[in-house]
Write a protein that binds this ligand. Structure first.
Ligand SMILES: NC(=O)c1ccc[n+]([C@@H]2O[C@H](COP(=O)([O-])OP(=O)(O)OC[C@H]3O[C@@H](n4cnc5c(N)ncnc54)[C@H](OP(=O)(O)O)[C@@H]3O)[C@@H](O)[C@H]2O)c1
Length: 282
């Protein structure tokens, strides 16, 4: 029978441990600080930011949401980031994506001090990840590795297939699995015979952005299925990239949507903010 990888529960456990760490740091006069910069009024972004703020406060992190108007200039946003780069109270800077069209997200990412880049998207941090010496790791793949570890699933020697090659999920995910000694294949929209490839996967990560795309016929019996997808359906409900009803009949392990990868992403954001605070103060 399939076993659930419960990201919500693991997140709660990790956040309790983090609260203890933060309390200890506060006793030493250190309060980890996180700023989330939100540009404009995108409704989904508003929800994500609220959730991040709530989680940060729960673990005792000093948390600031800086709301900026949609017409802020790129120059002004870059200057704002620079101010937070210099601000000693801030250990983590996150700029919520997507940004309005007149702002280049790459310029914004590159403006963040790599030491405060809690999202792990800065080219410096992605480069360090590539050479196997990362200090900041994109939160979603980092959270997935934590979940695998928690459930005692070692990627070593396994065949892993990552479907999706975005810079924030697919590519760093493949690197982390490779570093954990899996044999990794990356697939994308131009991949031929996708099913033939995914059916060989002992660990299958779906990061596609298409609701219920991975049906039972894509899955090897007993496989570990990680569903990164967060697709909003017409009825407002969330759907993963994996058709849970079919996959759960075939897989050995599976992450649900919601309650799987999503909560872990926020938890790793807090984790990296605390790590930043510790590193800065030695
Ligand atoms: N749970 C979380 O915390 C979390 C965090 C981040 C993202 N997400 C969700 O994860 C999903 C992916 O996010 P993303 O930012 O990585 O998306 P993205 O930048 O849109 O990338 C999607 C990837 O999927 C590939 N793809 C699209 N259609 C495909 C198909 N039919 N067959 C195979 N590959 C296909 C694309 O290939 P090409 O490169 O060839 O176009 C691309 O590499 C979304 O649903 C997003 O909401 C969740």
């Amino acid at each position: 029978m399939v076993q659930l990888m419960n990201g919500k529960k693991l997140s709660e456990t990790m956040q309790l441990q983090m609260k203890e760490t933060v309390d200890r740091l506060k006793d030493q006069g250190i309060t980890p600080g996180l700023v989330v910069i939100l540009v404009g009024e995108d409704p989904a972004s508003q929800i994500y930011v609220r959730n991040k703020e709530r989680a940060a406060k729960k673990v005792g992190i000093y948390s600031l949401v800086d709301r900026e108007p949609a017409d802020i200039t790129e120059e002004a946003l870059l200057a704002l980031i620079d101010r937070y780069n210099q601000d000693d109270k801030i250990d983590g800077i996150l700029v919520q994506l997507p940004l309005p069209k007149h702002i280049d997200p790459q310029k914004v990412t590159e403006k963040i001090d790599p030491a405060k880049d809690v999202d792990g998207f800065h080219p410096y941090n992605l480069g360090r990840l590539l050479i196997g010496d990362a200090t900041r790791i994109p939160c979603t793949p980092f959270g997935i590795m934590k979940m695998l570890e928690h459930y005692g699933i070692s990627p070593a020697g396994k065949r892993a297939v990552v479907v999706g090659r975005s810079n924030i999920v697919g590519k760093p995910m493949a690197q982390l699995l490779l570093q954990a000694d899996a044999t990794v294949t990356m697939a994308h929209s131009k991949t031929q015979e996708l099913k033939e490839i995914t059916r060989q996967a002992d660990i299958l990560v779906a990061a596609i952005g298409k609701a219920n795309y991975i049906t039972g016929e894509y899955i090897k019996p007993g496989a570990v299925i990680i569903d990164v997808g967060m697709n909003r359906k017409a009825d407002g409900k969330l759907a993963g990239d994996v058709l849970f009803s079919e996959a759960s009949e075939i897989a050995g392990w599976i992450t649900p949507v919601p309650g799987g990868v999503g909560p872990m992403t926020i938890t790793m954001l807090l984790y990296q903010t605390i790590a930043g605070a510790k590193a800065k103060r030695g």
